[in-house]
Design a protein around this ligand. Sequence first.
Ligand code: GLU
Length: 486
Amino acid sequence: MTRPTRVRFAPSPTGLLHIGSAHTALFNWLFAKREQGTFLLRIEDTDAARSRTEWVDAIFEAMDWLGMDWDEDILYQSKRTARHQQRINELLESGRAYRCYYTTEELDERRQAAMKSGENWRNDRRYADISTSEEEELKAEGRRSVVRLAIPEGKTSFCDRVLGEIEIDNSTLDDFVIARSDGSPLYHLAVVVDDIDMKISHVIRGMDHVSNTPKHIQLFDAFGYELPEFAHLPMILGADKKKLSKRHGVVSVMEYKESGYLSDAVVNFLLLLGWQSGDDQEFFSREELKSRFSLDQVHKRDTVFDLKKFEWLNGQHLATLSTVELVPLVTPFLVSAGILNEDGANVSEEYLIQVIDLLRERCRTFKDFPAQAGYFFSDDFEYNPKALRKHWLKEPEMVIERLRWLRDAYSDLSTFDAGSLEEATRTLSEMHDLGAAQFIHPCRVALTGQLGGPSLFHLIEVLGKSRTIERLTRALDLVSTIEVPQ
Ligand code: GLU
């Protein structure tokens, strides 16, 4: 009988939720969705020195933003010490674990001696079967004991869903410690006891945990629990092929939100880190992700975090939203850039829609909007020195003349839309036997200060007649007086 699919995401709350952890969470979540299973959250907060409640909240916030909902109650590992100890006692009673009274120095000596003769020292279980009176004597000497799991001779093997067959010799495991001398449980013990109590059927986690798995298997066996399946996910590397870290400028999940990414794009991008659809498809909606995901398409190779691709993918997701949907998403970015007032009082909704509609094709993240939108909301914009050099200052007298012609022609227009503006500009260029570009470029600089931007005639239509005429008039003076930084 196959058991119900139950997976868990088990972050340690020692910092903001990073891309690597979100990646693990997503693969578990998608697997559970796909298999109609249960996705559980376990907070591994036993490291009192490093765990903090604010980091736990940060995990919730990031999971919430990414839309990864979990089932059942959250399990806090730190609240389960008594249960872990109870399970340790069971192992002591069944003889699968023993108390070891060796001091650290004694262990070091033995290890070194073994190394000299080219061997791996394995605990000789000298204290495994001592009598109560011997134990009392050891305690009276001031010795303290740890609890070790007795690892049988032989091999530990498992078939990883991603990596395939893995086998290690048990001699490499030694009899590892499962409880410290103060009785507190060690990490591997806590993980396995919790996985058993949570009835976990599949352990899906990063490749950095694969070396722990044989130890976990030994513990599952010791407790007589049918092994879960294991799937170790590829590591995410930076462009320099080193393990992804802050050095690569790759930040926590919520910082991507602040940088103007959509959560659907983050989720889509995370999936492509280590998973292939089998065809060339890279864009996936959330619903498609849930129906297409399979562990069988996870590859073993390390995967490289490609920010350019991430931006591109975000642009693709952004393109699926209507301009009206974009307005409330872009507005906070315009406010925090100081372009819009907090209450949005300095601009009408209709104007905002027109501006966003014009800029959206050129934006991949929400942060790109304020970078390009300034001149739509304020006359006090910077003139790009490159644009000035290229389009104004090579032939200033002629530029002034052309801008004057444009201003006069535009002032005469009764309909101020892109079509009429374009027609008026083309008429002028034919009349003076000049290329349209010789009007368009200096005009763009006059109206926006920029080298490039959205279609000029549509932009002018949005800016409106009075603003356009004012800026052209201002430019007539500026062309001969403006100082260009070198
Ligand atoms: N708490 C571990 C981590 O954050 C995960 C352990 C596990 O998934 O087994 O890397």
